[in-house]
Ligand binder design. Structure first.
Ligand code: GTP
Ligand code: ZN
Length: 210
């Protein structure tokens, strides 16, 4: 249980502890990419690859932008005047792209997030933003699932949440075991979704409904 709580903490905290001491410079990052190009068997100095290290360094700023973002910043828009609404809110089929921490290969799919509001509801777009903050880091699907739930649980206006992620991992599709189309499903629950099997079943059936 302790381990699960620890791994659900934002990566930024963990990264601080594990940091090599300083962030590499852009030049160092580009040199590392050039080394990988050579490791792949190509010539980093050939015409078509000359700009590739710079492009990859730039692309990393985008696909790993989540390290610099804090989930509490996006969950700050809460609407209190919702006519007494207190039922489940479900935002499903949120697309995301992430990278596995084992191979740095993409994994991608959809997240489904439900919660029970308490004294206010979140702005709906914030769920997509929350997913991206965690997806744009090196991840395992399980950690990402737990982190999203933990971020919602940390807010006073959520009295229980459910998070499900369905994804395909390229490290299992295009290499290694080579099982394209295999889908991994992870889920984590809190509040009524954890304690009441009927609530969990309702969430699962709403997610499945097309
Ligand atoms: N639980 C979990 N495993 C993952 C995730 N992404 C990738 N993996 C797995 O991480 C494992 C790494 O296994 P290793 O044996 O250390 O590495 P490997 O030799 O490259 O393994 P193969 O992928 O089987 O070739 C593999 O089984 C991957 O499928 C994830 O999000 N969650
Ligand atoms: Zn992998």
């Amino acid at each position: 249980m302790d381990d699960m709580v620890k791994s659900a903490r934002p990566h930024r905290e963990r990264a601080k502890k594990n940091a090599i001491g300083r962030k590499p410079t852009r030049e160092e990052a580009e040199a590392a990419v050039a080394t990988l190009l050579a490791w792949a068997g190509d010539d980093p100095s050939r015409e078509g690859l000359r700009e590739t290290p710079a492009r990859v360094a730039k692309a990393y700023l985008e696909v790993f932008a989540g390290y610099a973002q804090d989930p509490s910043d996006v969950l700050d828009t809460v609407f209190e005047d919702v006519g007494g609404y207190g039922e489940m809110v479900l935002v499903k089929d949120i697309p995301f792209y992430s990278h596995c921490e084992h191979h740095m290969a993409p994994f991608f799919g959809h997240a489904h997030i439900a919660y029970y509001p308490a004294g206010g509801v979140f702005g709906l777009s914030k769920f997509g933003r929350l997913v991206d903050i965690y997806a744009r880091r090196l991840q395992t699907q399980e950690t990402m699932t737990a982190q999203i739930l933990a971020a919602l649980d940390a807010r006073l206006n959520s009295r229980g949440a459910a998070v499900m992620i369905e994804a395909e991992h390229m490290c299992m599709s295009m290499r290694g075991v080579r099982k394209p189309g295999a889908t991994t499903v992870t889920m984590q629950f809190s509040g009524p979704f954890k304690t009441d099997p009927a609530e969990q079943a309702r969430f699962l059936s709403l997610v499945r409904r097309r």
